[in-house]
Design a protein around this ligand. Structure first.
Ligand code: 1CP
Length: 342
């Protein structure tokens, strides 16, 4: 019996979609908060293979999701390329900033990332032994544009202003940064696959802020390069691409990049996606994360509406973005029940 997630990603239309959630290992779970307290801070948890594997497994034990996603963060790669990285409690991640061509030139070569990232590969090896036979293991990285926005600004920004300004001021240096991240991402994800990741997801959380020419150059092109390189090295490896808030540009994204599945945020309707995106292959999504906080009849109705709208083709059920710390585990259980009984 092939794992449900792998069947959907291969293009199979299933009576019940595989289910997992972005940020399924996270602060809404008391067991996650306990393990994180034991690790000390967030980065220590990411770099501790036993504890990172433990928090990856927690939502699988509790809910029986069809997929586990490696516990790590998209900002570990910039750190492996030489950026300083730390987390400010209650605020979020902070990185040293890149402000000019000299900052790009000072980064480490892509091939130097593996020493720093070795604990991530070890987490994957532990998970391949400990996951239930029916649970697929997803490895991931940030897509180059999204990673670049953090490396330039040094933090999350509402409009990605600093990255857009860098791109406008020195497009050659900006492109060199995208290229360095792209090369490193291929090596990073290849090593994740060699360690046992069965599916890869690329998070382009800030793709929506790119204008149309930039979307082609910095969302589509690097994603296509990464997917082509991964599939050349690891034939058949399925890739989920998440160009968040791409809107109408979700149409054709899978064809343009070679992705096996496109993950939808909750700004597009499932009915629209069935007509315009699922015609190209598998789609993932897209329940609004707020339903995991509010629950009730609205949660059940929305989860079932999405499941039914996308039932005519390959579909992976997920949220439109990560589950938030305020969410209730009871609502997660209710969501799963609603999807499976739709
Ligand atoms: O306090 C905590 O415990 C930290 C919260 C947290 C968690 C649980 C962060 C900090 N990262 C993570 C784990 C994480 N991050 C995973 C693990 C697997 C899972 O989904 O369960 C993944 C896939 C990510 C990916 C990630 N990190 C993204 C892309 C997805 C998205 O949410 O858009 C981004 C943008 C980040 C950066 C990041 N890491 C953490 C925070 C709070 C942020 C966002 C910062 C910002 O933009 O201001």
């Amino acid at each position: 019996m092939t794992k449900l997630l792998l069947r959907a990603l291969a293009g199979e239309t299933l009576p019940t979609p595989p289910i997992w959630m972005m940020r399924q290992a996270g602060r809404y779970l008391p067991e996650y908060r306990a393990t994180r307290a034991q690790a000390g801070d967030f980065l220590s948890l990411c770099y501790n293979p036993d504890l990172a594997a433990e928090v990856t497994l927690q939502p699988i034990r509790r809910f029986g999701f069809d997929a586990a996603i490696l516990f790590a963060d998209i900002l570990l790669l910039p750190q492996a390329l030489g950026a300083d990285l730390w987390f400010v409690t209650g605020e979020g991640p902070r990185l040293s900033t890149i402000t000019d061509a000299a900052g790009v030139a000072a980064l480490k070569p892509a091939g130097d990332i593996h020493d720093r990232l070795a604990p991530v590969y070890e987490t994957i090896r532990i998970l391949t032994r400990e996951l239930p036979a029916e649970t697929a293991l997803i490895g991931f990285a940030g897509a180059p544009w999204t990673v670049a926005t953090y490396m330039i600004a040094g933090r999350g920004t509402p409009d990605q202003g600093p990255a857009h300004a860098f791109k406008a001021a020195d497009r050659a240096a900006f492109s060199a940064l995208i290229d360095r991240i792209t090369e490193a991402t291929v090596l990073y994800l290849s090593a994740q696959i060699e360690a046992g990741a069965e599916v890869i997801k690329l998070f382009d959380s800030w793709a929506g802020s790119l204008g149309s020419a930039d979307f082609d150059d910095f969302a589509i092109a690097p994603t296509r390069r990464i997917i082509a390189a991964l599939k050349a090295r690891h034939p058949g490896i399925p890739v989920i691409a998440f160009p968040r808030e791409a809107g109408g540009r979700y149409v054709g994204f899978a064809r343009a990049t070679g992705a096996d599945c496109v993950a939808l945020d909750n700004s597009v309707s499932a009915e629209w996606a069935a007509a315009h995106v699922q015609t190209d292959g598998c789609v993932q999504g897209n329940l609004a994360p707020r339903h995991m906080v509010t629950g009730g009849a609205e949660l059940v109705a929305e989860a079932q509406r999405i499941t039914r709208a996308l039932r005519g083709g390959p579909h992976v059920f997920n949220l439109g973005h990560g589950i938030t710390p305020e969410a209730s585990p009871d609502n997660v259980a209710a969501m799963i029940e609603a999807v499976r009984s739709a």
